[in-house]
Design a binder for this molecule. Structure first.
Ligand SMILES: Nc1ncnc2c1ncn2[C@@H]1O[C@H](COP(=O)(O)OP(=O)(O)O)[C@@H](O)[C@H]1O
Ligand SMILES: [Mg+2]
Length: 584
């Protein structure tokens, strides 16, 4: 016999809703702090005890709740924030569902104390009571949540260790504190301060807040950006590729002040980093998107972690283009002005080793010269530049160190360049630019190079002859298992043609015909650039070194090699002075 259909009792309805909104203590904190922000608070204090399981208290100095609305605030679907569908569609507050307080009250012992703006006293309402009692409270609101899940034992059992729950709370408050630099935040656990953040109206103090909340590494290796187009505005900070991380744990994206985890956003950011990030590494960023509220639906999920953009393509393109351009700057400002990523002090989560293909054969190095390969222009001599009164950003070469590094003197101190990595990036960018515009120019070999290959490779070379030609390689089939290379790209003059062709064929075999597009084709160009880049232990003249420095300065993305490692770094005079304890 089926049971009779009945309406659920109100308390149970709230508890079911709580299942969606209140996953753990940190979710309570999120809801309460968002309410405080919606109330216009300028200072928010969060106290937790025993990981929030015993007590959570959020106190604000916002506009408060009037005495006769306290009961309503704890009722289901009661909100002061929206009154119609029209308002819902352009909602600017963080809350709007009128669910949080009743849900939390149904699974805890909650009290609400508030002193409304304009009222002459404060009032307290205990959850479950129907009357408020007078209570001393400055203007603003305090919500206390005790014994979370005391009446839902199954959920209480899922609470983790005190420290774990507090870590989640801390992460939540951190996210909110990054959303609102104009508001002061304080967080305490078991009465001990976890962090305090004072209002940060301008960029310097904002970056101090970033450093306090995310660690100093991020701020030292990031670029600030601000860009507006097509009614969209993106601002914030992106970590330089060299600061990429093993985990996706430093990614904060806000849409109109609300932190979201969104597939479209993640995809656009990844795509922008695609060419400068080592496979498997994750970019770090704190970004703010401002968009007309009508163009974004925040009512997708009860906890509002997700959003839906009405014009997804537009948003995707805007994010991709903006970030791509920022990352393409040849001398990202963080490297040019802030403390450098010095090799002695490697970025946390060591960067994987570079691709070493071809690096072993320094002895068999051909007569390749850096200058010839880069249609290099007359060197600006140190003297002539000095008379012009200015050093170029990377200065002038002093010497080569152990056949690996180029040392240069700049206005700020010493520049150290990884010559292979830097030249590889410069070559790669040139190949990409050439391929995208006029095509990669090739130069006939004086002596064509014949090589024995498998039948499969010979077939492939024949099928992809046109593509190879576009890549600047003229290849003919001489027999079932014999190929001949007749020309190589001018940009790679002096390259080992046989090894180059073998690697390119291997790339083509892996990626198949899809190599005609984007990412895969770039992979082939990267392989070619690696072959063309100056090898370790090749002695460069000062002119060649200076030409490389100038090329780095004018090449996009030249701050990182094709594998995401930095290509150069700077040891400032102040830092050198510190090393020698000068001026103390
Ligand atoms: N800290 C606060 N300061 C002022 N008003 C508050 C505060 N917290 C809650 N309120 C009031 O209580 C109502 C219900 O809160 P809540 O259940 O979180 O729903 P919502 O935030 O979706 O409106 C809010 O609409 C607001 O009017
Ligand atoms: Mg709310």
């Amino acid at each position: 016999m089926p049971r009779q259909i009945r309406l659920l009792p109100p308390q149970l309805i709230d508890q079911i809703a709580a299942g969606e909104v209140v996953e753990r203590p940190a979710s309570v904190v999120k809801e309460l702090v968002e309410n405080a922000l919606d109330a216009g608070a300028t200072r928010i204090e969060v106290d937790a005890e025993q990981g929030g399981a015993k007590l959570l208290r959020v106190r604000d100095d916002g506009h408060g709740i009037a005495r006769d609305e306290l009961v309503l605030a704890l009722s289901r679907h009661a909100t002061s924030k929206v009154a119609s569908l029209e308002e819902l569609e352009r909602v600017g507050t963080l809350g709007f569902r009128g669910e949080a307080l009743p849900s939390i009250a149904s699974v805890s012992r909650l009290s609400l104390t508030s002193h409304a703006a304009g009222a002459d006293a404060g009032w307290r309402l205990e959850g479950g009571a129907s009357d408020a009692v007078p209570a001393a409270h400055p203007r603003g609101t305090t919500v206390e949540v005790r014994d979370l899940f005391y009446n839902t034992p199954a959920r209480r059992k899922f609470l983790r260790a005190e420290k774990t729950e507090f870590d989640h709370i801390e992460q939540t408050v951190r996210r909110l504190a990054l959303a609102r630099f104009d508001v002061a935040f304080a967080l305490r656990h078991n009465r001990r301060e976890a962090f305090v953040a004072e209002p940060a109206p301008e960029r310097a103090s904002q970056e101090r807040r970033l450093a306090a909340l995310l660690g100093p590494g991020f701020v030292e290796h990031c670029v600030h950006l601000e860009h507006e187009a097509a009614g969209l505005r993106l601002s914030g900070w992106v970590g330089l590729p060299a600061f990429a991380r093993a985990q996706a744990d430093l990614q904060f994206f806000y849409v109109n002040g609300r932190m979201v985890r969104d597939r479209l956003v993640t995809h656009a950011v990844r795509a922008a980093f695609q060419d400068v990030l080592h496979h498997g590494r994750h970019p770090a960023y704190v970004l703010y998107l401002a968009i007309d509220p009508l163009l974004v639906d925040v009512n997708v999920h009860p906890a509002k972690h997700e959003v839906r953009f009405r014009e997804g393509r537009l948003v995707h393109d805007f994010l991709f283009r903006t970030l791509h351009q920022v990352l393409a700057q040849p001398l990202p400002q963080a490297q040019a002005t802030a403390a450098p990523a010095v090799a002695r002090d490697p970025v946390p989560g060591a960067v994987p080793p570079p691709d070493q293909r071809g690096l072993g054969l320094a002895v068999a190095e051909s007569a390749f010269a850096y200058r010839a390969a880069l249609d290099w222009q007359a060197p600006a001599s140190p003297a002539s530049a000095a008379s012009a009164g200015e050093l170029p950003p990377l200065g002038f070469a002093l010497a080569q160190l152990h056949g690996v590094y180029v040392l240069a003197q700049s206005a700020e101190g010493l520049i150290v360049v990884d010559m292979h990595a830097a030249h590889e990036r410069v070559t790669y960018e040139r190949l990409k630019a050439a391929q995208a515009t006029r095509g990669i120019a090739s130069q006939p070999l004086l002596v064509p190079v014949t090589l024995a290959v498998s039948r499969r490779e010979a077939d492939l070379a024949e099928e992809e002859g046109e593509l190879l030609f576009r890549l600047g390689l003229a290849v003919d089939r001489l027999g079932p298992e014999t190929l001949v290379v007749r020309a190589v790209p001018v940009l790679l003059q002096g390259v080992d043609a046989e090894r180059l062709l073998r690697d390119v064929l291997a790339d083509l075999a892996t990626h198949g015909t899809s190599t005609r597009v984007g990412e895969a084709l770039n992979g082939v160009l990267a392989t070619m650039a690696c072959h063309g880049a100056v090898r370790a232990n090749r002695r460069l003249t000062l002119d060649e070194m200076n030409a490389l420095l100038r090329d780095i300065e004018r090449t996009e993305r030249s701050g990182q090699c094709n594998h995401g490692r930095p290509t150069w770094t700077r040891l400032g005079l102040a830092e050198l002075d510190r090393l020698f304890l000068r001026g103390r």
